[in-house]
Design a protein around this ligand. Structure first.
Ligand code: IMP
Length: 209
């Protein structure tokens, strides 16, 4: 069931992710709205298998599973790194390319090796945020940032594929940027801006005088 519902200020929200990098970024984006955050890990919720074929399907699956298990609204992120020379791969398989050890040096090298010799440097990050309620209602929002592939990877900030992505108009990779600079206009921030407009408390109404 798809529907728009707004969280009340002070409501509790489960962040349905076990990825610490995402958790940190989503918490920073949600905190200004005066919402109490609890992570799926803190509640001991299981990590469902991502069985859908696209970002939106997987985000909804994760949010709905956590909302039902916790009986609280839940927010999930499904995101990935897409490379034009690889026809959009790793895409929904971005986490899986890092293998069981979640080694993103391995994943980045695999991207580099598979695109070897192809001149097209375009790449993009996609994020779908899905907010689900315990009764099954959910809403999803997509954000995308375009850029180019960097090799070798640069920077130790951020997570995942950040060191090999330069957003359009920037000189630094996401791995070199201060978190606040990435948050200001990342794929996740773009999805969050849309979600906030429809589903988070209205900051103007709740701002103290
Ligand atoms: P999933 O959404 O749990 O399937 O995982 C998505 C994967 O995409 C993460 O493990 C990261 O490797 C990658 N990813 C998603 N967003 C970002 C980002 O902002 N920076 C770097 N890598 C990301």
């Amino acid at each position: 069931m798809t529907g728009l519902r707004r969280l009340a200020a002070g409501a509790r929200l489960v962040l349905a992710t076990h990825n610490r990098g995402k958790l940190r970024e989503i918490a920073a984006l949600v905190e200004p709205f005066g919402i109490g955050i609890v992570s799926a890990g803190e509640l001991g919720l299981p990590e469902p298998e991502e069985t859908e074929a696209d970002f939106a399907g997987n985000a909804r699956l994760k949010a709905t599973a956590s909302a039902q298990a916790a009986q609280l609204p839940a927010l999930a992120d499904d995101s990935g790194f897409c490379v034009a020379a690889l026809n959009g791969a790793p895409g929904v398989f971005s986490a899986r390319w890092a293998g069981p050890d979640k080694d993103f040096e391995v994943a980045m090298r695999r991207v580099h090796e598979q695109r070897a010799g192809v001149a097209d440097e375009r790449a993009w990050f996609v994020c779908v945020l899905s907010l689900a309620w315990p009764d099954g209602v959910s809403a999803s929002f997509m954000g995308r940032v375009d850029g180019t592939v960097a090799w070798p990877p640069r920077g130790t900030l951020g997570f995942g594929y950040d060191p090999m992505f330069i957003p359009l108009g920037a000189a630094q990779t996401y791995g070199e940027m201060a978190p606040a600079e990435k948050h200001a206009d990342s794929h996740r921030a773009r999805a969050m801006a849309q979600l906030a407009a429809s589903c988070l408390p209205d900051l103007e109404q709740h701002r103290p005088d």
